[in-house]
Design a protein around this ligand. Structure first.
Ligand SMILES: [Zn+2]
Ligand SMILES: [Zn+2]
Length: 124
C-alpha cells in the first residue's frame, strides 16, 4: 500500500465511507483497507487515552500513533512535564558564575544558569 492510498483511505473514512466502499473505489481488497486501520490494535479507532486529559483519542493507525487528543493537550502536557521529559541532548551544566547546576538542552553551549549570571559575570 502506498502513502497516497493511505491518505485516500483516511480521507474517505473521514467522510464516513465503509471499508468495502473504499476498497472498491481504490481497487484494493477490503482486507487491505481494514488491516491498515487495524494495525495499532483493536478494531476501534479509539485506541489510547489522551495523556493529558484522559479522553479517548481517535487513532488513525495509518499514521503515526497519537498520544494526545489535541494540540492543546499536547502543549499542556509538555509544559507540565518538561522537567521529567528526557531530552536527547540534555546535560547537566554547572553555572560558570554562581556554580548552580542546571539542565541545558540543545546543541548550543550554555555556561550560565540564567541571563542574570551571564550579565553579572561579564560585568565583572
Ligand atoms: Zn486531551
Ligand atoms: Zn548562575
Amino acid at each position: 500500500m502506498t502513502d497516497r492510498q493511505k491518505q485516500q483511505i483516511k480521507a474517505l473514512r473521514r467522510k464516513g465511507w465503509s471499508y468495502s466502499a473504499i476498497a472498491d473505489e481504490l481497487a484494493l481488497s477490503p482486507n487491505t483497507v481494514k488491516s491498515c486501520h487495524r494495525r495499532s490494535g483493536g478494531n476501534s479507532v479509539f485506541g489510547d487515552l489522551c495523556r493529558n486529559c484522559g479522553r479517548p483519542i481517535a487513532q488513525n493507525p495509518c499514521t503515526r500513533e497519537r498520544h494526545f487528543c489535541s494540540n492543546y493537550c499536547r502543549q499542556e502536557w509538555w509544559n507540565s512535564n518538561r522537567d521529567q521529559v528526557q531530552h536527547r541532548d540534555s546535560r547537566t551544566v554547572e553555572c560558570a558564575y554562581c556554580g548552580r547546576t542546571f539542565t541545558a538542552h540543545g546543541k548550543r553551549p550554555r555556561k550560565y544558569c540564567s541571563h542574570a549570571c551571564y550579565a553579572a559575570d561579564r560585568g565583572g
